[in-house]
Write a new protein. Structure first.
Length: 131
């Protein structure tokens, strides 16, 4: 979260930081839970021009499918880079959690490498305070 003070009706910017443990990533899915009564999802953008983000919002979660685009052979080994910028609009005061979930129903947070192997990363959460 790059905002020192979050206010109601303001945009809140969050970053998704990725570490692929040395794997060359071709795509990944991320499941994020958040309070939809307190925040509206605005957009998700890739900070890496080699990847395109598709977002799907339902219930109290957001699923991101991030796919490598083009025919380039560049390695995509992430070492803690901020890959995705998420923007939400705050609607209520309070302390709120945004969690990357390992799974929800049939959806999972995972990487796919260049050999089409599935890798399940560690997950985390961030707290956001809105005044």
């Amino acid at each position: 979260n790059d905002s020192a003070v979050n206010k109601v009706n303001n945009l809140v910017n969050l970053s998704l930081t990725v570490d692929s443990n040395g794997e060359n990533v071709t795509s990944f899915d991320t499941v994020i839970s958040y309070n939809q009564t307190a925040f509206d999802f605005v957009k998700a953008d890739s900070n890496d021009p080699n990847f395109k983000v598709y977002s799907y919002k339902k219930d109290n979660r957001l699923t991101l499918t991030v796919i490598k685009i083009g025919l380039n052979n560049n390695q995509s080994v992430f070492k803690g880079e901020e890959i995705i910028k998420l923007v939400f609009k705050s609607k209520a005061k309070g302390d709120f959690s945004f969690k990357v979930l390992p799974s929800f129903d049939l959806e999972t947070t995972k990487f796919v490498n260049e050999k089409t192997e599935v890798i399940y990363p560690g997950v985390n959460e961030v707290m956001v305070k809105v005044d």
